[in-house]
Design a protein around this ligand. Structure first.
Ligand code: S3P
Length: 426
């Protein structure tokens, strides 16, 4: 797919599709609840559809209408054995969270996904689940999917996680629903807390203190009505586009601004960005706002430490923004970028360099010297949705033509992305 420099400022309003993390969880917890869970603004991206397909195979009836998803939950012990391998597609969230649930089931399940999933680290869930007594193995013995999970008695543990990962945390907490006692997870920094917020609404006994989340098994879960807020990780591309295309003014509606997800807003502010939050709404534990973004000059900053998990999926966008900022931007403490849908340090550095950026890879991030004009190039997305969207917006502020290979991969998290972008970039 080809992109050229925007010939005019970006103007207009965009409504962001539902949050991917929250959409996944609504199906999973709905499946484990008694009664029907009704979800509106569900993200119909390929990843969340993988979660729906998995739970259908586990015996859950899920109805998709034009504007809602209805999950006919069967309670914590209501899942049934699938007749074949579960296909998690490209979805790390599906793989890791469902593994926690499957560890507590009285049947054997095998699950597998695409090439990217088969190279993503699963030892980070195999280790804590095994410590809980789970019988889970990497079928090829390489610490990756395909995984086989057999019936086993689970015990409550306290787990000190080395990584700030909501997928690891959620996996352990979900296994904790089936354990014989309390399970808790402490992480180095607080990762997104959608599991804690939503499971509590469903009736679980779950609490959080600092970077520790604790679950006590034994409560029933009950079907809920869930309105999924817009995904700030998807809004990120329009935030960046609005900031770097001169003269732009974009209103981005209904964006989730949970403090464990809003790091991009804080970093943009540090860079001097003009972003105003309007119509703030506390929601049901998941706050939202409309974001008014205006283009202007940016300056470099340092991004590291506790903010990293709160913008982990937005770091490619931060790297792109830094190319248009005066001075140096340092991204550090972000080793996790190497184990996402692609190695996002290598892929960002390679592709930004091809466009003329001055960027260096480090062991835990990147150093970007901003202010050097970018030009079009052929960009290999590595079939990573966040890479494709990052370069689609980078191209709007770069000279000449940019061609993105595998651009269709945006269907993972934002199927209508190019249509929404073209409405603004007329
Ligand atoms: C997610 C957690 C993050 C994030 C991913 C979604 C989730 O992954 O990168 O896109 O829904 O819990 P990690 O937990 O591996 O950091």
């Amino acid at each position: 797919m080809k992109f050229t420099k925007a010939s005019a400022p970006l103007k207009g309003t965009v409504t962001i599709p539902g949050d991917k993390s929250i959409s996944h969880r609504s199906v999973m917890f709905g499946a484990l609840a008694d009664g029907t869970t009704k979800v509106t603004n569900f993200l119909r991206g390929a990843d969340c559809l993988s979660t729906i397909a998995c739970f259908r195979k586990l015996g859950i009836e899920i109805e998709e209408t034009l504007d809602e998803i209805l999950i006919r939950g069967k309670g914590i012990h209501g899942l049934t054995a699938p007749d074949s391998m579960l296909d998690v597609g490209n979805s790390g969230t599906t793989t890791r969270l469902i593994s926690g649930i499957l560890a507590g089931q009285p049947f054997t399940t095998e699950l597998n996904g695409d090439e990217s999933i088969q190279s993503r680290p699963m030892k980070r869930i195999i280790a804590p689940l095994s410590q809980m007594g789970a019988d889970i193995e990497s079928i090829r013995g390489n610490g990756c999917a395909p995984l086989r999970i057999r019936q086993s008695q689970l015990y409550g543990i306290h787990y000190q996680s080395k990584v700030a990962s909501a997928q690891v945390k959620s996996c352990i907490l979900l296994a904790g629903l089936y354990a014989d006692g309390t399970t808790s997870v402490t992480e180095p920094y607080l990762s997104r807390n959608h599991t804690e917020i939503m499971l509590k609404h469903f009736g679980a006994q779950i609490t959080s203190k600092g970077t520790t989340a604790t679950i006590v098994p034994g409560s029933e879960l009950h079907g809920q009505e869930i309105e999924v807020p817009g995904d700030i990780s998807s809004a990120a591309y329009f935030i960046a586009a609005g900031l770097i295309v001169p003269g732009s003014e974009i209103l981005i509606k209904n964006v989730g601004i949970n403090p464990t997800r809003d790091g991009l807003l804080r970093v943009c502010k540090d860079m001097g960005a003009d972003i105003t939050l309007l119509n703030k709404n506390l929601g049901n534990g998941e706050p939202t706002a409309d974001l008014l973004v205006r283009a202007g000059s940016l300056h470099g900053t340092t991004v590291g430490g506790a903010v990293i998990p709160t913008l982990i999926d937005e770091l490619p966008v931060v790297a792109a923004l830094a190319c248009f900022a005066e001075g140096t931007t340092v991204i550090k403490d972000a080793q996790e970028l190497k184990v996402k849908e692609s190695n996002r340090i290598d892929v960002m550095v390679q592709n930004l360099t091809a466009m003329g950026a001055h960027v260096t890879a480090t062991d835990d991030g990147m150093i970007i010297e901003g202010g050097h004009p970018l030009h079009g190039a052929v960009i290999d997305s590595k079939l990573d949705h966040r890479i494709a969207m990052t370069f689609a917006i980078t191209a709007l502020a770069s000279d000449g033509e940019t061609e993105i290979t595998g651009a269709d991969c945006v269907k993972i998290s934002y199927p209508g992305f190019y249509e929404d972008l073209s409405m603004l970039a007329k």
